[in-house]
Design a protein around this ligand. Structure first.
Ligand code: ADP
Length: 487
């Protein structure tokens, strides 16, 4: 039995602790297909005891893993990347069945995941310190980077496969060991599948551990992470709402936190933009994975001269996206993850229409299949346009602007600061606006999504902190100063 068998018939899954599948308690919870509620798996419902065992295993494995020669670590990561490539068809199917991912989104995540594993494979050979000058004659000072210890990771259900790889491999590449608590909405593609692949690749027992839990039990598992002295870092990807709860606890426990949170991710279409390119970038940026990705575009500011052409072109492009069962390779828009997600989008659309917004397209659903929806003339007090709270679904607001400086100011009038994009034929003008936009990432002439595993993706302001790619060395290592003087 493998985890991806769940794409065809329900399976029972266990935790993965200290190199073994283990399910001591026998308690389970159902994991269901968001399209039709069909059973995908009976997953092990863990709690304190399993989390304690996982932390103990990760702690015991840490010294040997931290000391492993770079060549050995490199070979393990490269092997894992090859397994991801080899198994991609079965992984794509599981992502559709458990998370509602279209084929295109699943393939996108697999490409990024394999690329990130291959890059991380080389990080063990990069310099890991400096020799500094000292004002004291005869003194030598060195700073080196050392792993932290056990890094406890929380994974989300959206973009689950890629984001969970980030949760395992960035800390592990720098010599930390991990305990991962996948989202209860998609535990197979948000952690268990990774455990299976890492085990097959030959990563030593205890270097990675996975504990799954029933809905409502996340904080019982989290308690152990906060209480355990061996856990030195909480690595969280999810909503800012949950991050605030965990952040208070991390503060009391004095644990380092790495946070990858949500965003509003505005796009500015300037008056000299290529409208067709802007339509492509916004279609992908706003509606990839039904708008359930932290980097999805939530609002577009368009130069008034292009507004009508852009809105009409975007609406017809978006209306052509096939909505339905994501195991159909032609489907681009699959189901939203659960009823709460549907209710949020529906409520936000209703709120905007009640206040006088214009519905350009969408606004309908069939079960959890919600059609991509575009609104214009949205009054500034409608929740979906304020930038204060992301609408996690296929809803896009478009606004015309006359003054690009005003649009720039409006675009960053949000507590978030993850990603943004500017569409223009004038590279210098685009770069000037990009320099002045307060966001972790600004693309000129590309969608707001991340598309390269090597680049340091991450947010500012309420979008969190921490970066993917090699810059995560700053998140998952600590600096050590050593000086030597003559006697
Ligand atoms: P979403 O609402 O999009 O699912 P969350 O922030 O709730 O995003 O979930 C991200 C991760 O945080 C998941 O692994 C989830 O189980 C976990 N989580 C949610 N609430 C809590 C909590 N109170 N304590 C610990 N973990 C939590």
């Amino acid at each position: 039995m493998t985890i991806t068998d769940a794409a065809h018939a329900p399976i029972a899954t266990s935790h993965f602790i200290d190199g073994r599948w283990s399910d001591a308690s026998g308690a389970t919870f159902p994991v269901r297909n968001p399209l039709d509620d069909a059973l995908v798996a009976d997953a092990a419902a863990g709690g304190r005891a399993e989390a304690e065992a996982a932390v103990a295993a990760a702690s015991a494995a840490f010294p040997a893993w931290a000391a492993l020669p770079p060549a050995r670590r490199q070979q393990l990561f490269l092997t894992a990347a090859d397994i991801v490539d080899r198994r991609q068809e079965e992984i794509i199917r599981l992502m559709a069945v458990e998370g509602g991912s279209s084929r295109a989104f699943a393939a996108f995540q697999i490409r990024l995941s394999a690329a990130m594993l291959r890059q991380a494979a080389g990080w063990g050979y990069l310099p890991y310190g400096d020799v500094l000058r000292s004002d004291v004659p005869g003194r030598t000072a060195t700073v080196t980077r050392a792993p932290l210890g056990v890094v406890a990771g929380f994974t989300p259900w959206n973009g689950a496969f890629y984001l969970a790889w980030r949760t395992f491999l960035l800390p592990m590449a720098f010599g930390n060991t991990t305990v991962v608590k996948p989202s209860e909405e998609a535990p197979l593609t948000a952690g268990l599948l990774h455990a299976e692949i890492l085990a097959e690749a030959g990563f030593p027992p205890g270097t990675f551990n996975v504990v799954t839990h029933a809905p409502g039990e996340a904080s019982a598992v989290a308690d152990v992470f906060f209480e355990s002295p061996a856990v030195r870092c909480i690595n969280f990807t999810g909503s800012d709402r949950t991050a605030r709860i965990l952040g208070e606890r991390a503060g009391r426990a004095l644990k380092r936190m790495v946070l990858e949170l949500g965003g509003f991710n505005p796009v500015l279409v300037l008056d000299d933009a290529d409208v067709e390119e802007a339509i492509e970038a916004v279609t992908f940026g706003a509606f990839l994975h039904q708008g359930q990705v932290c980097m999805n575009t939530r609002k577009v500011y368009v130069a008034r001269a292009l507004h009508d052409e852009f809105v009409a072109g975007l609406a017809s492009r978006v209306d052509a996206l096939k909505v339905g069962d994501p195991t159909d390779p032609e489907v681009v828009i699959g189901p939203l993850i659960n009823d709460r997600a549907v209710a949020q989008v529906e409520g936000r659309v209703r709120d905007a229409l009640d206040r006088g917004a214009t519905l350009v397209t969408g606004g309908e659903r069939d079960g959890r299949l919600y059609r991509p929806t575009i609104l214009t003339d949205v009054p500034s007090d409608a929740v979906c346009t304020t930038g204060c709270d992301e609408t996690f679904g296929p809803l896009l607001v478009i606004e015309a602007f006359d003054d690009p400086e005003r649009a720039l100011a409006d675009a960053q009038d949000t507590p978030y600061g993850l990603s943004a994009a500017i569409m223009t034929r004038d590279r210098a003008r685009g770069l000037d606006l990009a320099e002045r936009l307060h966001a972790g990432i600004v693309h000129v002439n590309a969608p707001t999504m991340a598309s390269e595993a090597a680049l340091p993706v991450g947010g500012v302001k309420d979008s969190g902190w921490g970066r993917s790619g090699y810059y995560s060395v700053e998140d998952f290592t600590e600096l050590r100063l050593r000086t030597v003087s003559s006697q």
